[in-house]
Design a protein around this ligand. Sequence first.
Ligand SMILES: *Cc1c(COP(=O)(O)O)cnc(C)c1O
Length: 352
Amino acid sequence: MGFDLTKLLRPHILTLSPYTSARDEYTGREGVFLDANENPHGSITDENFSRYPDPYQKELKSELGKIKNIPADQIFLGNGSDEAIDLLFRAFCNPGKDNVILLPPTYGMYGVSAAINEVEIRNVSLTEDFQLRPKEILEAADEHTKILFICSPNNPSGNCMKEADMLFLLENFKGLVVIDEAYVDFMTMPSFITKLTEYKNLLVIQTFSKAWGLASLRLGMAFGSTELIGVLNKIKPPYNISGLTQSTVLEAIGRQEKVKKMVNQILNDREKLAESLERIPEIEKVYPSDANFLLVKIDRADEIYQGLIDRKIILRNRSRVTLCENCLRITVGTEDENRQFLTELKNWLKSN
Ligand SMILES: *Cc1c(COP(=O)(O)O)cnc(C)c1O
């Protein structure tokens, strides 16, 4: 397949030389470090944070590579997936000239990043059952189309896109295809990471924010060709992942069994929650989910959303989003939280 990354990138990115720190030149751990203007006495906190962290997160990537079955030089780590998304715009899209294709209803950050970077958005909505429209997507693209963002499992609908449609787009779309797998741990279909050797135009995004329960640490992952990951590393802020995040996640990677246990609990609770919601007559539809949330269609969604906020139950109101009229997105909570939510929802429906 004739995918040429250098032709898709903004020309100045190819020739740009990145910031180099003194630590790039000397990588040993031992020594008298008088190169980075750090505080030699340590930190004012009990734990010591006085030294700049590894800019390439080598140790973390080496362990991550083992569990994801991918070489470390095909991994980019960002301050949340959001950083990877933003860097893609900066690497590929000339402001005011290039465009990207988004597939609403979808994750909001793609559009926000496009707007910040002054990049045109071409929306091709999903079908009524939230699947891809591959032919329409190809038709929407022109020579200035740089990136296609596919979210699978999709936020806010919760379903996976059909594998055949994604493969068709990987074969035929001329730009970069980003598949956002933030909810990969909850889905039944295999990750597209395994397709990276086949498709040089593929970038897979994942995150520690959902199944791993580490949203506050801000650690997102992107997996792609060595060449593409090299570009992201070249343009990222040098110390984008804090030392605390690196050491904490390094430790967390050894606890995969616990992640699996939590995921199983959430999947069980999601099924119970879906069944309970389906028994509520006012609910028109509970959409099938491959993620840790459920999208439901219900009359007067705006009023219910507000009514539940007054009862301190906070949902995500998606009722003004394409194809999601009267839809609320509900994260699967603990058994107790789900019970409280159902009680308050039923109470509200009875009294309104
Ligand atoms: C939650 C989510 C993310 C995660 O973003 P982080 O910045 O890594 O916390 C990415 N993509 C989608 C679709 C999400 O729903």
